[in-house]
Write a protein that binds this ligand. Sequence first.
Ligand SMILES: *Cc1c(COP(=O)(O)O)cnc(C)c1O
Length: 428
Amino acid sequence: MVSNSPNLVLARQLDSSDELSSFRDKFHIPQHNGSDCLYFTGNSLGLQPRSASDALKTELDDWAIHGVEGHFKARNPWMHYHELFSTHLSKLAGTLPSEVVAMNALTVNLHLLLVSFYRPKGNRKKILCEAKAFPSDRYALLSQIDFHDGNPDLDLIELEPREGEHCLRLEDIEKAIFDIGEELATVMIGGVNYYTGQLHDLKSITSAAHKVGATCGFDLAHGMGNVPFELHNWNVDFACWCSYKYMNSGPGAVSGIYVHERHHNSGIPRLEGWWGHEKSSRFKMDPNYVSMGTAESWQMSNAPVLNMAVHKASLEIFEEAGGINKLRERSLRLTAFLEKIVREVAYSTDVNLEIITPSSPEKRGAQLSIIAHGQGRDLYDRLSSQGVVVDWREPDVIRMAPVPLYNSFEDIARFGIILEEALINPRT
Ligand SMILES: *Cc1c(COP(=O)(O)O)cnc(C)c1O
C-alpha cells in the first residue's frame, strides 16, 4: 500500500481538523488481519456503540435486582422506557416529541400505519410507490391492497425512472400524482432510496399528494440518522423507520413511527392495544379504551426494554455529537470526498465507475451506489479480501456509505488505493 499517497495525506489532514473525528472511538470497528476494516455498510447494519453493552447490563442488573418492581424501581423505570428517547427521535425526524414513538419492527409498523392511512374508498384505491421499492415495502403494499379486496395489478402504481436514468425526477413524481388524481389514495415512498441512495423532496411530494386528496407517508429506513427531516412542518402524514441502519441500535432493533399530530385525535381507525391507552388510567385495567391522544395511541405493547436499551445508548451519541445537522455537515464532506476518490480511480484505471446516486448533495444522503461496468463479483471478492466491507448487488453494483459518526476520510482514501489496485491488477 502506498502510505504517502497525496489523498492519504489529505485525508489525514481532514480527519485531524474535524472535531467529530473522535466519535469513531465510541464504536467497535470490525477487524481484518489485526487492523480496522474499511466498513462502509452502516446503511445495512450500523456499528455497535461501545456504550451498548453497559446500557444493556444496566437493564439486566436492574431486572436481577428488582424483578417486576423494575417497572418502577429500575434506574430507567421500564414503565415509561419508550419515553426516554422520544425527544431524541423527534429531533432526527423534525417532529414534536408527541408525534413519534419507538415500537415493533419496521414492516410491522408500515402495516399498522397503512391500516390508518390507506383507506381505499370508491374509485380512490391506488397507492403510488417507486419502482424497485425495498421488497418488504412492496409486499406490504400489495398485501394491504389485497386485504382491502383491491386488485394488486391495478392498484399499485410503481413509478419508473425515465429511460436511461436511475433516479426519479420530482417533476415526474408530481405528474404521476396529478395524473392519478382522485383515484390516488396514498403515496408511500422510501424517503431515501435503498438502492440508489436518492433523497427525495418529501415536502413537495407531500404537498402534491395532499392537493389530490391523498395521504402521504415515507419509509425512512435509510433516512433516519442519515439526513435531517422536518416531517411536521412538511405536513407528512406518517412515516416509519428501523434503527439498525444509520441509528446503530443493533440487528433487528426496534423500529419507530411518526404520525402528524393532526391525526392523533381525528378519529381515523387504527389497531389498538393497552400501551396506546391513556397512561394515567392504563392500570385500572378498564375494558374501555381511552386513547393516549399522541403517536403513542398506535403503540400496542409494552416496550422491549433490552432491545431499546441499545437504541437509547445509540441515540445519546447523536445528541453528544451536536445533533443531526452537525453530522450532516460532516456527512456531506465525507460523501463528496468519496465521490472525488471514485472519479479519480475511474480516470486512472480507465474503468467506467458510474455513480448512479444523484450528484447534487441535497438529493442524496451518505450513500453512493456505483456501477462497476465490465467488472464482476471477483472485484467484490478482491475488495473483501483486503478488509473492505461494502454491499454488492448482482451483477455489478457496489453500494457504500461513509457514515459520519465512525467513518474517516482516511477510510475513504485507503478504499481508493485498494480499489485502484484491484482494478489495475485483477489477479492479486
Ligand atoms: C431495511 C429496510 C426494511 C427492513 O424491514 P424490517 O421489517 O426491519 O425487516 C424495510 N424497508 C426498507 C425500505 C428498508 O430499507
